[in-house]
Design a protein around this ligand. Structure first.
Ligand code: FPP
Length: 189
């Protein structure tokens, strides 16, 4: 079983309670920990968490910093992954993240590589459209051609949505399509 989670609604959750948006993100991160533990207890094989998109950099600086801080705290707890037999796997373009975060990510991945419980794919700085370009660049040209041929229909469908009210969903849906339609692509990212 593979469950995909979009970490959305944190801001609305906080607003409803008269709290700052950062409090919503913090509550979201706590909830994620509980979900991952429960999924592992239930024997769910994969969880993919869409945590921070390429678009999220456009948020106010203090909000981006509070999200990065939460990620750091989450990763500092990384030994919990290993203790709970949870495998952590990060996807997306991690290059703009701080050196500190990237080394914590590496530690979490390396430290949990042998875990046999739930694999948690955490998508950071991840955008579906970028992904197609990157995968195509990494596969050979013939593969890339076939990939794009197969993928073209789906991509066009979602790209059309970019002009409609569902535009915010575009990246997310495309990413999910990548996971379901060409799971092996994830290996190359
Ligand atoms: C979207 O909610 C959520 C985010 C942009 C950030 C979510 C990331 C974290 C909470 C960091 C921790 C991550 C991990 C993996 C521990 P929103 O602000 O768009 O909410 P809204 O839709 O109500 O405005």
């Amino acid at each position: 079983t593979h469950i995909a989670i979009i970490m959305d609604g944190n801001g609305r959750w906080a607003k409803k309670r008269g709290l700052p948006r950062s409090a919503g993100h913090s509550a979201g991160a706590d909830t994620l920990k509980k979900i991952v533990t429960e999924c592992n207890n239930m024997g769910i094989k994969y969880i993919t968490v869409y945590a921070f998109s390429t678009e999220n950099w456009k948020r106010p600086d203090d909000e981006v910093s509070s999200i990065m801080k939460l990620l750091e705290d989450y990763l500092r707890d990384a030994k919990n992954f290993k203790d709970e037999n949870i495998r952590a796997n990060f996807i997306g373009d991690l290059s703009p993240l701080s050196d500190e975060l990237r080394s914590l990510i590496k530690e979490a991945e390396d430290g949990s590589a042998d875990a046999t419980g739930t694999t948690v794919n955490i998508a950071l700085n991840y955008g579906g459209r970028d992904e197609i370009v990157r995968v195509a660049a990494q596969l050979g040209s013939l593969c890339a051609y076939m990939y794009l041929l197969c993928f073209g229909f789906i991509a066009v469908l979602f790209l059309l949505r970019a002009y409609g009210p569902g535009s915010r969903l575009l990246n997310v849906l495309l990413s999910i399509a990548v996971f379901f339609i060409l799971p092996q692509a994830v290996v190359y990212l």
